[in-house]
Write a protein that binds this ligand. Structure first.
Ligand code: URA
Length: 204
């Protein structure tokens, strides 16, 4: 374990616990939910970014621990990795009511935490899960012009960079994936997910 990374991540968690400015704070505390910071290796080469926690996640404080998470685990294992070897998080760290999509305002409020997590983990690859994550991450890393509907660019890789804490540019690949929940409504999507995940193999 890297103590500096651990402390930086802990600080994020402490700030999220007290994030009273968030429109989701009241809903979280009145339901005794947890913020979902993220989980996995702080030295991961691959960072998965979902949208926002659902009820299972908010109850446990763990990302992707419900049905969509089980399928995500299968996909990760399918490319020869263990869940503990990657880092899994979301853009928005608190559960939106009724599992609605996070609003643009919520994404804007929570995304600085994600940006800090990227600088802590320094992944080689960010794999976005779903269209909202894809939209935020691609715009954030200067890929606005490459943005297209997810049905067109799922399973693709995009080269960009991020600035680390020493102000140095680090290469970063964005891989745009469908949200694993889509396979729960449409079983036919499972093969598409599996095929898309294959692109991650070259970064192992
Ligand atoms: N969906 C997400 O986008 N994130 C989770 O953590 C769980 C479900």
């Amino acid at each position: 374990m890297n103590p500096a990374k651990h402390d930086a991540m802990r600080k994020i968690r402490d700030e999220l616990m007290e994030f009273r400015a968030s429109p989701l704070y009241e809903y979280r505390t009145s339901n005794h939910y947890f913020p979902v910071v993220g989980e996995g290796s702080h030295d991961a080469a691959i960072m998965f970014v979902g949208e926002a926690p659902g009820q299972n996640e908010a109850k446990t404080g763990r990302p992707f621990c419900g049905a969509a998470g089980k399928f995500l685990d299968t996909l990760i294992e399918g490319i020869g990795l263990k869940r503990e070897q990657v880092y899994i998080t979301n853009i928005v760290k608190d559960r939106p009511p009724e599992n609605r999509d996070p609003t643009p305002e919520e994404i804007a409020m929570y995304s600085p935490f994600l940006d800090r997590q990227v600088k802590i983990i320094k992944p080689r690859v960010i794999a976005t899960l779903g269209r909202l994550s894809m939209g935020y991450v691609m715009r954030r890393y200067d890929l606005d012009l490459e943005l297209e509907p997810i049905s067109k660019i799922h399973g693709k890789t995009f080269e960009t960079a991020f600035i680390d804490e020493n102000n140095e540019q680090q290469p970063l690949t964005i891989v745009t994936l469908y949200h694993p929940a889509s396979a729960l409504y449409n079983g036919g999507m499972r093969d598409t997910h599996k095929k898309d995940f294959e692109v991650l193999k070259k970064f192992l």
